[in-house]
Design a protein around this ligand. Structure first.
Ligand code: AMP
Ligand code: ZN
Ligand code: FE
Ligand code: FE
Length: 293
């Protein structure tokens, strides 16, 4: 069983449609793929249709922009009820923040002598629900300012870059409760990626988050080196958190994140699904009809 639980489509900042994503996953030999666009469940329906056609198991998820102790954190939420009102409201607020940031980012670039029109970025983003810095990066590539998204982040858009603009992110602890109440299950994405670099997610911090409903941590991720993975895996074991592994695929938008480059152990996956079923039942919802093609 090959299981990849973290991927992006063009509903956020990936470059493939949900249908293409699912097809590539099946062609790449995956048995289970999770679609986890940033801050939106927009791709679920299309991905589910494609998964049925392709005969691959789909886990419906999303990667929610959160903040914790002053730092940005990405929370993978699997199988929540996408109509749960508090979740919908918080996602709307995040998406509005993404929209509001765009003109501010372009003004910063303008100050640097780089002229990019809002319409250019909107054309690139297409009908993506979650507009993001990667779309601005693509506009910089189109203009010939940089060679690729990576260079755009390094030179302009990264959190220490001259065109960086902050945006709204949801408080993490509250979001853990919101997702659980929506019958979903929560996994911290790439918790020890270098750019996060903080202590709030050490063993004690993760133990505290577990009290708020955290079910797992993404251990095998390209932003974690071998030593980091082993330390985090040991902590997950100590705390009885599910340990996942995934590609964080973004299509052509991110190098070295090919589908299936990291995978989740089937036993860990089964635990996650079981926890989602319990959360759904505890929230008074039917167990998610997920998962089976
Ligand atoms: P945003 O969601 O608008 O805050 O932008 C963050 C997104 O940009 C994340 O999903 C990352 O996957 C992506 N990203 C961050 N750094 C890079 C990079 N160096 N190259 C390509 N994509 C990046
Ligand atoms: Zn992304
Ligand atoms: Fe992320
Ligand atoms: Fe991601």
């Amino acid at each position: 069983m090959r299981i990849d639980l973290h991927t992006h489509s063009d509903r956020s900042d990936g470059t493939t449609t949900p249908t293409e994503l699912v097809r590539e996953a099946r062609e790449g030999g995956l048995d289970v793929v999770g679609i986890t666009d940033h801050d939106t469940t927009d791709g679920w329906e299309e991905a589910a249709k494609a998964a049925r056609e392709e005969g691959i198991t789909l886990v419906r998820g999303l990667e929610i922009s959160c903040k914790h102790e002053g730092h940005g954190v990405h929370l993978l939420a699997y199988l929540p009820d996408p109509t749960h009102e508090p979740l919908v409201q918080e996602l709307d607020r995040i998406l509005e923040g993404r929209q509001a940031r765009l003109p501010a980012t372009l003004a910063r670039l303008q100050d640097l002598g780089i002229d990019i029109e809002e319409a250019d970025v909107r054309r690139i983003a297409g009908d993506a629900a979650a507009m993001g810095r990667p779309h601005v990066a693509d506009a910089l590539v189109d203009k010939g300012v940089v060679a690729d998204r990576g260079e755009a982040f390094d030179a302009y858009l990264g959190s220490r870059g001259p065109a960086y603009v902050n945006r709204y992110a949801a408080p993490l602890e509250a979001m853990l409760h919101t997702v659980t109440e929506a019958g979903g299950v929560c996994v911290l994405a790439h918790p020890w990626a270098k750019r996060h670099n903080f202590d709030a997610l050490d063993e004690a911090g993760l133990a505290a988050l577990k009290q708020h409903g955290l079910a797992g941590v993404e251990v095998d991720h390209q932003d974690h080196d071998t030593a980091t993975r082993e330390r985090l895996r040991a902590i997950a074991r100590n705390l009885d958190l599910v340990a996942t592994g995934s590609s964080d695929y973004h299509g052509a938008g991110k190098r070295d994140h090919d589908l299936g480059c990291n995978t989740t152990d089937p036993e860990q996956y089964e635990r996650l699904v079981e926890l989602a079923r319990s959360a759904a039942v505890a929230s008074g919802r039917p167990a998610p009809e997920v998962l089976i093609p």
